[in-house]
Design a protein around this ligand. Sequence first.
Ligand SMILES: CC(C)(COP(=O)(O)OP(=O)(O)OC[C@H]1O[C@@H](n2cnc3c(N)ncnc32)[C@H](O)[C@@H]1OP(=O)(O)O)[C@@H](O)C(=O)NCCC(=O)NCCS
Length: 81
Amino acid sequence: MLGIAIRQGYRDMGIGTEMMKAIIEESRRIGLKILVLHFASTNLRAIHVYEKVGFREVGRIPNGIYFNNRYMDDVIMFLNL
Ligand SMILES: CC(C)(COP(=O)(O)OP(=O)(O)OC[C@H]1O[C@@H](n2cnc3c(N)ncnc32)[C@H](O)[C@@H]1OP(=O)(O)O)[C@@H](O)C(=O)NCCC(=O)NCCS
């Protein structure tokens, strides 16, 4: 299971995509079989990046995340390595 965050001011520069590619490569190298991540459904940038590197959505927990006085779906994605 993994989670990443890029510091504000450094987003949309390709760093997250490159980090995900490196994590996938290293995970394969050490013999992991599956990667799973969770994030808020409002995070359209994250969905785009994770799909771009091969993750697929497996489901959502309705109102699974409470943040800033607001409920959002908890999106679950996976990648078989
Ligand atoms: C999500 C996150 C990890 C992505 O990393 P990043 O370095 O910003 O991502 P990149 O620069 O590699 O790629 C961003 C892509 O999203 C796209 N994008 C930006 N805003 C978007 C939006 N609102 N909707 C759809 N796509 C969007 C960009 O066009 C770019 O796509 P492209 O490379 O195909 O042109 C980073 O933005 C982040 O840390 N966000 C806040 C914390 C977070 O959400 N963490 C994830 C929870 S698990």
